[in-house]
Design a protein around this ligand. Structure first.
Ligand code: PAF
Length: 192
């Protein structure tokens, strides 16, 4: 597995792979990886992609700073898991790399009622933050296939909408993979 911290270096590498005819499959994460993430990597590999994953704990999607502070960080373990699962490329950017102009941008994604219902009601601004980071990551990686988990169903709908809003519908297939569960039925999650 090759690790990149700089977006321009990752872009150049992926451009060369694209020119060689490789399809790119992308699994964005915030780390603290579990079986659900591994199944997304496995799906990407099964579809014949060069598999790229990212680990970035995105500050703009935490409406509660205390929640951001306590989000689990297990980087060394995550790298071992990604390597074992056959991930080809890991993108590990800094906050400056993702938000070169700072995190307070005027950009607003018109998500309609999708961002105010259900989880959006309890976490104002959360889905705008998800859109900010996913938009930036998609611009850098420009994947053919994006893999996300059905566990976060509302997030899946938001990301599908985002892909349309940023004009990438023709380019990217959004693949939604089934929720993986612990033996007691609890959905696997980084926060468990
Ligand atoms: O589901 C997550 O882990 C995050 O919300 C995502 C999609 C990686 C964006 O930060």
């Amino acid at each position: 597995m090759i690790l990149f911290k700089r977006s321009n270096e990752l872009r150049n590498y992926l451009d060369s792979k694209r020119k060689q005819g490789q399809k790119l499959g992308f699994v964005p994460t915030m780390g603290a990886l579990h079986g659900g993430h591994i199944s997304l990597i496995a799906g990407s590999k099964k579809d014949g992609n060069l598999c790229i994953s990212s680990i970035f704990i995105n500050p703009t999607q935490f409406n509660d700073p205390a929640d951001f502070k306590k989000y689990p960080v297990t980087l060394e373990k995550d790298i071992v898991i990604l390597e074992a699962s056959g991930c080809d490329v890991l993108f590990l950017p800094s906050v400056e790399e993702i938000y070169p102009g700072g995190t307070n941008t005027a950009i607003h994604y018109d998500l309609g009622s999708l961002e105010t219902i259900l989880e959006g009601h309890y976490r104002p601004g959360h889905f705008q933050g998800v859109c900010m980071v996913v938009h930036r990551l998609l611009d850098i990686v420009r994947p053919d296939n994006l893999y996300i988990g059905q566990k976060d169903y509302q997030q899946c709908m938001v990301i599908k909408k985002l892909v349309g809003l940023i004009g990438m519908t023709e380019m990217i297939d959004v693949n939604i993979s089934p929720t993986l569960r612990e033996p007691d039925g609890l959905a696997m999650s980084s926060r468990n």
